[in-house]
Design a binder for this molecule. Sequence first.
Ligand code: UDX
Length: 438
Amino acid sequence: MQVAMIGAGYVGLVSGACFSDFGHRVTCVDTDTAKIAALKAGDIPIFEPGLSELVATNVAAERLFFTTDLAGALEEAEAVFIAVGTPSRRGDGHADLSYVYQAARDIARAIRRYTVVVTKSTVPVGTGDEVERIIRELRPDAEFAVVSNPEFLREGAAITDFKRPDRIVVGTEDERAKQVMTDLYRPLYLNQAPLLFTSRRTAELTKYAANAFLATKITFINEIADLCEKVGGNVQDVARGIGLDNRIGSKFLHAGPGYGGSCFPKDTLALIKTAQDHGAPTRIVETVVAVNDQRKRAMARKVIQALGGSVRGRTVGILGLTFKPNTDDMRDAPSIAIITALQDAGAIVRAHDPEGVEQARLVLSDVTYVDSPYEAATGADALVIVTEWDAFRALDLKRIRALMGQPVVVDLRNIYRSDEMAALGFDYSSVGRELSPG
Ligand code: UDX
């Protein structure tokens, strides 16, 4: 099948590369000429495991193409995906749909044959209706259907998530469009992934509901972690104890410094706004957002406490800056709020991240970036694990201990064992695993 993908960002690039890998002929379109030139030259603008190899293979097989020319890409396309950004609008938290609507206008001008217009970007309920209206108004003669097909992939595991999804949600009531979507996803569908057809509005809402639910799950276990610290419990055991109940499920129950990233913070806010506008406020999600915001500053206080109440003039080594491992993405990373709060309290910050330093430089100032965890530990009065990169799991901790000015480790991702750290002579604290009541 012939597919056009508008937007060569995270979702567009991964989806485009994966669809081409299934054997479809995919053209990724972006208005950013520099990005398209780089992609044509084999340069992938994001760090995502396996993506550059996947792109290279499919470009070489002449199934994956990059262009700025939408009209050309649409000529033969049976489906065109809108996978442009929907950032939070400054000021009010609503999703900014200007890129989506611009894509709709561009499609309207270029459409030539029956085309399924698929919104893959995360968009508020009713956006599909507006996309349809825009195209219809500009091109009353055009034959098309607008479908919502939200994407659930995670950064860092994007290719596996796309190829082995738990489900594929397709929002449309148009029979012809249903057939096109079924053909497009046949390789996954044959792989047992359920293809769930719903109304377009339901599909749009499903994406927000999924992200808000996961953000709630994380925030819930984070609050239980705080309680564990007060009463002397172990949050990992609690998570296991509740997660084995199939009704709850064991995933997304890792306590930590609060969720971040390009989706949860923006999508929870957008859902809250939509719900308020429709007079059906999602009060649980409102609380989740507030609790998660406060948590990041609370993590800085935890570090200050571990250093006896003051970090003024003290050196804090940070391990991990990105919002999670296996990405270079710094968007809404907890490290930003934590480091800023520590600096406000007078700390000197040295930081190491395997992939995120380039992006971190754009959002954090006065940080000394170093090339290894050992350099981050050198002379530090405290070492804080903020992101659980695998490379931090098997460090030479004796060496770390010897390099540090003071052996204080604050592990915000629970990657080490309390007893082992104590045996090595560290003054170690983690999240929700304090052994005795405070
Ligand atoms: C998320 C959704 O998982 C994905 O389905 C959607 O398409 C986009 O948003 P992503 O933002 O890439 O994906 O990362 P995810 O792995 O979900 O992590 C989000 C945040 O939650 C990270 O900051 C992570 O550290 C945090 N998290 C996740 C926890 O603190 N604990 C957990 O148990 C899981």
